[in-house]
Design a protein around this ligand. Structure first.
Ligand SMILES: [Zn+2]
Ligand SMILES: [Zn+2]
Length: 362
């Protein structure tokens, strides 16, 4: 193996560049080195690359936080995985030892949120604050990794963390058989929520999405109807589909649509807000919450849903193949980012060490 590798470096807002970097070496006893099989682009990556930035990051680090691959070296203390294992990576894993972790609140883990570069609590995620997976090799502590079936394509394994976040949202709204659900936004996270809600047995899923391309995919992965909020009255359309009652379950996967979510909620509806938009302020009147007895829950990261996501991926229970729009080599990282920025692709995945898959790369 060569001493250097190709890596996509986060140079600061708006700027990502390919460079040769040294291949990481085992230093700590619990380090593992992973030969990266696949690394995805996430909405947060685009926010970090936005100028001015909409997500924090530390210039100079290797970008990419959604990655998986094969273990090529382990430190002397590593027991859970071995050289040759295929692994998924939880890039924001709970330490398991702090107060919140012991209380069963892994996504409030104190060391995870102890970020050396920020003066507020924020996940210290590889790919934003230390070297991530947009490279041929990446080093993480062994407890970040989960052993997976080597025969499941890496461009699906890499969906584990976004799916785990979607499952956190779906678990929180406690879907029941036959209920009417609405998903606002059919980007990758919205689409994963649609698949999970369908798998959980809800009755109907109405999706609110202005993009025709995304609307078509939403229908393919489990939505019953898509409403275009620009040309249609979304709340009226949902009432029409639910005998005037409104939706029992709403997942807000945009970040700026809480007012719309409240407008189409049935009495006692459960609303999960997973979309992120720090610039948005809602304007609903709280009396609606009181009189309808609504329950609004925020969803941040995963809550012990990584293994649940991996089980769903490896059992082929969800039509995940449909949301991976592009699998590209890492030297096309700029093209991939541009596709994502233009909203042309869905999940865009790079294979830094090459792959037989050429999906969407034409
Ligand atoms: Zn992400
Ligand atoms: Zn912890």
């Amino acid at each position: 193996m060569s001493d250097t590798m190709l890596a996509a470096i986060f140079q600061g807002p708006g700027d990502l560049e390919l460079e040769r970097r040294p291949v990481p070496q085992i230093i700590a006893a619990d380090d593992v080195i992973i030969r990266v099989g696949a690394v995805g682009i996430c909405g947060s990556d685009l926010h970090a690359l936005h100028n001015p930035p909409e997500h924090p990051g530390h210039p100079g680090v290797i970008f990419g936080h959604e990655f998986c691959g094969e273990i090529v070296a382990v430190g002397p203390a590593v027991k859970n995985v071995a050289v040759g294992d295929s692994v998924a990576v939880d890039q924001n894993p709970p330490c398991g030892r702090c107060g919140p972790c012991k209380d069963g609140r892994p996504n409030f883990c104190e060391p995870l949120f102890d970020n050396p570069y920020l003066d507020y609590a924020w996940p210290n995620t590889p790919g934003f604050f230390w070297d991530g997976g947009m490279a041929e090799y990446v080093k993480v502590p062994a407890y970040f990794t989960y052993k997976v079936d080597p025969d499941v394509p890496k461009h699906l394994i890499v969906l584990a963390e976004p799916l785990g976040c979607a499952l956190n949202a779906v678990n929180k709204v406690e879907p029941m058989l036959g209920e009417h659900a609405v998903v606002i936004g059919a980007g990758p996270i919205g689409l994963l929520c649609i698949m999970a809600l369908r798998h959980a047995g809800v009755g109907t899923i109405t999706v609110i999405e202005p993009s025709e391309t995304r609307a078509a995919v939403a229908l393919e992965v489990g939505a019953d109807a898509v409403v275009n909020p620009i040309t249609q009255d979304a709340a009226a359309a949902v009432r029409e589909r639910t005998d005037g009652k409104g939706a029992a379950i709403i997942i807000e996967a945009v970040g700026s649509q809480l007012d719309a979510a409240i407008e189409l909620a049935a009495d006692e509806a459960r609303i999960a807000v997973i979309g992120i938009n720090s610039a948005y302020h809602a304007s609903f009147s709280p009396i609606t919450l009181t009189t309808k007895e609504l329950r609004i829950v925020g969803v941040f990261l995963m809550r012990y849903t990584m293994q649940q996501a991996l089980d769903l991926i490896q059992s082929n229970a969800l039509p995940l193949e449909r949301i991976v729009s592009h699998v590209l080599p890492l030297d096309q990282v700029q093209e991939g980012i541009d596709l994502a920025r233009r909203g042309e692709g869905l999940k865009i995945v790079f294979t830094p060490n090459g792959s037989a898959t050429t999906k969407g790369s034409n």
